[in-house]
Design a protein around this ligand. Sequence first.
Ligand SMILES: [Zn+2]
Ligand SMILES: [Zn+2]
Length: 233
Amino acid sequence: MAGFKEHVKAFYFEVILSPYRCPQCQGPLRMTDTSKCSCACGNIFDPTLEFQKSACCGTKLVRRTYHYACSHCHEVVPSHYIFDERVFDKEYFREMMQEHRRRVRQEREEMKKFLAESRSGTLFLTEEPRLESLDGFVQDLEAFIQSQPHVPLDSGFEPKSIFNMDRYRSHILSCLPNQGVRFSDIAQVDENIRRDKAWRFITLVFMQNDRLIDLAQEGDNIWVQRVQNEAHA
Ligand SMILES: [Zn+2]
Ligand SMILES: [Zn+2]
């Protein structure tokens, strides 16, 4: 379970940081510690202080010992950059997901244009997958993140079925033909259909981030394809 939580956390930070760039060099940012994000240029800073504004006064935050506060009226403001399920902001995450996907779509469009202009070979998979087409996936993910505090980590509680991303990953790779496969045609691993779908999809999202596979919309389904050798792309 801890491993899965780490994955969800990594995904959460990727989404939350996706609209931002390093203020010094415009490079991409990574969350490297609690309240710290880093850029390859060596710039390390607190993203809450840098990017977040208070909802009350729309101004900069200040850091107190255990929380952040509005620098104008001193109201406590929960940070968007601390992965704490108790203050997980559903609406904000939803917004950031949309922004993240808009950005991915835009990058794909730019790549498409670039490849068309350079008269490169055929291009496929330019349509971004729509998470909504997977019945209830976003809700399932949100529900999962929100449900975690109810399972105390030290309680010895062992859910009957626990998510094992490595198992899903090898399963998907083992049944993924070269020409690709439809999301719905990947054999089920867990007996619970809804849960299996959510876990399968989460694994695919991480596999896409690792550049192992590509996901593309195909009608009401999602097409899953191995990433071709970069040299031929
Ligand atoms: Zn930088
Ligand atoms: Zn305020």
